[in-house]
Design a protein around this ligand. Structure first.
Ligand code: GAR
Length: 212
């Protein structure tokens, strides 16, 4: 067991259901040894921001349009997570690109609502993902937790959960089934790290180094 709770930062851009789920699980004791030390939102007027405020969490709104370029935006994100001495960052529907400096590589997770490496990348978010899965006639979908690298929806897979695609599925019904799987998978991975320490990620970090 690591010393002290895992210092977690959650990056959001929208609805915040992933953030809400993590907060609930910490509150009801299903996610232990974890403290959200900061929520970063790339948008100011989204439900996720309200969720962070209601939960009284430290919140930073860091909008890409307020910076001259991607490098300046990324440096601001890095400074924000460094300032709170975070252990781990989880991307939770974060729609912007954070260019990871070396000291953050291997400590940033993303969740994606499909079985990567398929159906990921820029523009593949929300209903777009489920529409694409249905359009290709897949019988299987799910969600992926992976270590983030410096490409969208890319990096070593840490965990996946599968759900069936039913013949009468619409993007909405498939999205709901995948969302239910996400609500279990992300907290499960965070809990492993909270209990076992960041070293639990070492095998996946090794794959990250081999890739780059
Ligand atoms: C989640 O379904 C997550 O998997 C997806 O965004 C949603 C966030 O919802 N992430 C991606 O598509 C990453 N490419 P939320 O804002 O309600 O938490």
């Amino acid at each position: 067991m690591p010393e002290g709770p895992l210092r977690l930062v959650v990056f959001i851009s929208g609805g915040g259901s992933t953030l809400e789920n993590i907060i609930q699980r910490i509150d009801d004791g299903r996610l232990t040894n974890t403290r959200i030390v900061l929520v970063v939102s790339s948008r100011s007027n989204v439900r996720g921001v309200e969720i962070a405020r209601t939960a009284d969490l430290p919140l930073a709104i860091i909008r890409k349009q307020d910076y001259a370029d991607e490098a300046a935006f990324s440096s601001t994100l890095t400074a924000a997570v460094d300032a709170v001495h975070a252990d781990l960052v989880v991307l939770a529907g974060f729609l912007c690109f954070w260019r990871l400096p070396a000291h953050w590589q291997g400590r940033v997770l993303n969740i994606h609502p499909a079985l990567l490496p398929r159906f990921g990348g820029r523009g593949m978010y929300g209903q777009h993902v489920h529409e694409a899965v249905l359009a290709t006639g897949e019988r299987d979908s799910g969600c992926t937790v992976h270590l983030a690298d410096n490409e969208y929806d890319h990096g070593p897979t840490v965990a996946q959960a599968h759900v069936p695609v039913e013949p009468d599925d619409t993007p909405e019904t498939l999205a709901a089934r995948v969302a239910a799987a996400e609500r279990e998978l992300y907290p499960h991975v965070i809990q492993q790290i909270a209990v076992n320490g960041l070293g639990w990620l070492d095998p996946y970090r090794a794959a990250l180094c081999a890739d780059s």
